[in-house]
Ligand binder design. Structure first.
Ligand SMILES: Nc1ncnc2c1ncn2[C@@H]1O[C@H](COP(=O)(O)OP(=O)(O)OP(=O)(O)O)[C@@H](O)[C@H]1O
Ligand SMILES: [Mg+2]
Length: 398
């Protein structure tokens, strides 16, 4: 029987890919996971695994051919999105197309295409060396944001307010860029929003919009995402319309998207968009809860050759993803964990630390100490449930 089960290739075996791997198995597929590292949590849930850098297109293609895969997916991480598209194209499997994948994973190309389409007037420039950096900063003006064109998790992303900070921030951003290119762009003030959606046969469906709050010490790293976003209806419409226009401009016809915008009064500006699901449970848990549309299921079926179903009108419920903001120091005790888990609406409590570990202020997304995932019917309800959970879960730090 097993031989007849079709084989899905999942790029990446980290904790954010675990829900994808498990769901694929539940749908009756066999799963092959490839990852750069020999020891990954996702391997335990897969039928097969191989150590392979997911940015290595040819290497991944040869593994995929050797196993005779029926479909390939890279979700919740941008790193392997071009590779998945490349392998799919070479093997004649469903995918978003290699060219499309490049447009969604290179922040400079993304900005250029969006500007050329007349959708945005955000100033930006690219820099590979000190000379280009000075010219870019001169053109964009301070404050500005500097970031690798091709990274994620806020690594190497910096808000630069003064000329003296320019060089060190550039060096840091460059360190995280595989292509050794950095994007310099206007600092966009306001409240950040995320938009999740699904594209089926060229038609776009907006499934969930959140607003975000950030850590005080590092405003580039998200601390809270609340659904539905607390913006006025006309701003929500502007977000959905702009997002749809960006998706069409970048050429996606079938697939899922995860995008970030800055909202300043009525003004809505693109930060970035990805042609994959959002990590941190956003697309595996939050989008299905708030919209009633199982986007992970739909996307898995699509990459395995089934037609993406047209989503029904989404139902609207609420969720809050709260990353913990804890004092620095050594963890002496964790109180109330099980009690917190039993509170109404608490879908998950994930702690990335234990007693004896040392907590430091997170410098990027991956260094956040843990999160609470809270579900409910309304925004007010999930925020109230979160407050209660934060009072119940107490971390003693010395
Ligand atoms: N031009 C900008 N103006 C203001 N804030 C910005 C700007 N660019 C980025 N940021 C802030 O920094 C965060 C990280 O930037 P960006 O999304 O471009 O990088 P990333 O590495 O892809 O991060 P992530 O994987 O966390 O989404 C944004 O979500 C936003 O909060
Ligand atoms: Mg981002």
């Amino acid at each position: 029987m097993t031989q007849k089960q079709r084989l899905l290739h999942v790029l990446g075996g980290g904790q954010w890919q675990v829900p994808t791997i498990r769901r694929a198995r539940a749908l009756g597929y066999r799963v092959l996971v490839t990852d750069l590292y020999a020891d990954r949590p996702g391997y335990a849930y897969a039928d097969y695994h191989e150590v392979m850098d997911i940015t290595n297109r040819e290497g991944t293609l040869s593994v995929a051919r050797r196993y005779g895969i029926d479909g390939i997916i890279c979700d919740t991480t941008d790193v392997g999105v071009p590779t998945a598209a490349y392998v799919a194209e070479k093997m004649g499997l469903p995918g978003i197309g290699y060219e499309t994948a490049l447009r969604f994973t290179d922040k400079y190309r993304m900005r250029r295409l969006v500007a050329e389409a007349g959708l945005q007037e955000t100033r930006f420039a690219q820099a590979k060396d000190a000379k280009e950096l000075d010219a870019a900063a001169e053109y964009v003006g301070f404050p500005l944001v500097i970031k690798p064109v091709d990274s994620q998790s806020s690594r190497g992303v910096h808000i630069v307010r003064q000329a003296e900070q320019l060089r060190p921030c550039f060096e840091d951003a460059l360190r995280y860029s595989k292509q050794r290119r950095v994007l310099v762009e206007e600092f966009l003030p306001g409240t950040e929003a995320t938009v999740e959606g699904l594209c089926v046969g060229g038609r776009y469906y907006t499934l969930a919009i959140s607003d975000k709050a950030h850590y005080a010490h590092r405003p580039e790293v998200a601390r809270r995402l609340t659904y539905p976003a607390g913006f006025a209806p006309h701003v929500l419409k502007r977000l959905a319309d702009l997002n749809e226009a960006v998706v069409h401009t970048l050429g996606l016809t079938n697939g899922v998207t995860h995008a970030e915008y800055m909202v300043n009064g009525d003004d809505v500006r693109l930060v970035e968009i990805a042609a994959r699901g959002g990590g941190s449970r956003v697309y595996s848990h939050i989008v299905p809860h708030v919209s009633d549309i199982d986007v992970l299921d739909a996307y898995l079926r699509f990459v395995m050759g089934e037609k993406l179903p047209q989503p029904q009108a989404p139902r609207r419920r609420a969720a809050n993803l709260e990353f913990l903001d804890l004092p620095s120091g050594r963890v002496r005790a964790i109180h109330g964990l099980e009690e917190t888990r039993r509170l109404p609406g608490i879908a998950e409590v994930l702690l990335e630390f234990g007693v004896g570990d040392t907590l430091r202020p997170p410098g990027d997304d991956r260094a956040r100490p843990g999160f609470l995932l809270v579900f409910g019917d309304t925004r007010a309800e999930v925020l109230e449930r979160t407050e209660r959970a934060l009072l119940t879960l107490r971390t003693e730090v010395a």
